[in-house]
Ligand binder design. Structure first.
Ligand code: ZN
Ligand code: ZN
Ligand code: ZN
Ligand code: ZN
Ligand code: ZN
Length: 203
């Protein structure tokens, strides 16, 4: 890893080699820091108030940014920074309305709409609106009939990721939902609810 040259080393080299030219590395280094800090706070939409010790060490290799944890490569540093938080679990953006914290500003912004009730995404086929783009996309598929989530075991397709998740339990045999009365186990909450209504609901 020759790319990760120590700035300290460069400093010494520079001072001894070109000291006659009055090379002032101290100002060079602080200017560099200031520049990166400025780009973080102004232009960078994912920058947070955290110290970002690890994140500040993320450097490009051959024009791409490599995640030091898993080796995944990214063309933009901000993408890597966001990805890297999935390893560190760092969530520098707290919600002012509740206790939740978020890893990126855009997720926080989306979350804030659950407090404000704001729904800027409206369906162009009916008059419903949604607080997130994802919710609108889920809804749009009820109009288009699109099923973008295929089961990798049987090829059956689903309009929502959560439906696919429910379905994949029929392959794994996993039954995480239990009837509170007879303790019978079910793979989906809707099956469990149906059982409860049919078997235990007193009329
Ligand atoms: Zn990674
Ligand atoms: Zn909140
Ligand atoms: Zn609609
Ligand atoms: Zn399947
Ligand atoms: Zn039961």
């Amino acid at each position: 890893m020759r790319e990760n040259k120590n700035e300290e080393e460069q400093h010494h080299f520079c001072t001894s080699a070109v000291s006659s030219k009055g090379c002032n590395n101290r100002s060079n280094v602080s200017a560099e820091n200031a520049a990166s800090l400025a780009s973080m706070s102004d232009a960078d939409p994912i920058a947070g108030p955290s110290p970002m010790n690890v994140e500040s060490q993320l450097r490009p290799e051959h024009g791409t940014f490599i995640c030091p944890e898993c080796g995944k490569s990214f063309s933009r540093k901000d993408h890597l920074v966001v990805h890297h938080r999935t390893h560190t679990g760092e969530k520098p953006f707290p919600c002012v309305q509740c206790d939740k914290r978020f890893s990126t500003k855009s997720i926080l912004t989306t979350h804030l709409r659950t407090h404000t009730g704001e729904k800027p995404y409206s369906c162009d086929k009916c008059d419903k609106s949604f607080s997130t783009n994802g919710d609108l996309n889920n809804h749009s598929r009820t109009h288009t009939g699109e099923r973008p989530f295929p089961c990798d075991r049987c090829g059956k397709r689903f309009s929502r990721k959560s439906y696919l998740k429910d379905h994949s339990r029929t392959h794994t045999g996993e039954r995480p939902f239990k009837c509170p009365i007879c303790e019978k186990a079910f793979s989906t909450s809707s099956n469990c609810n149906a059982h409860y209504k049919n078997m235990h609901n007193e009329k």
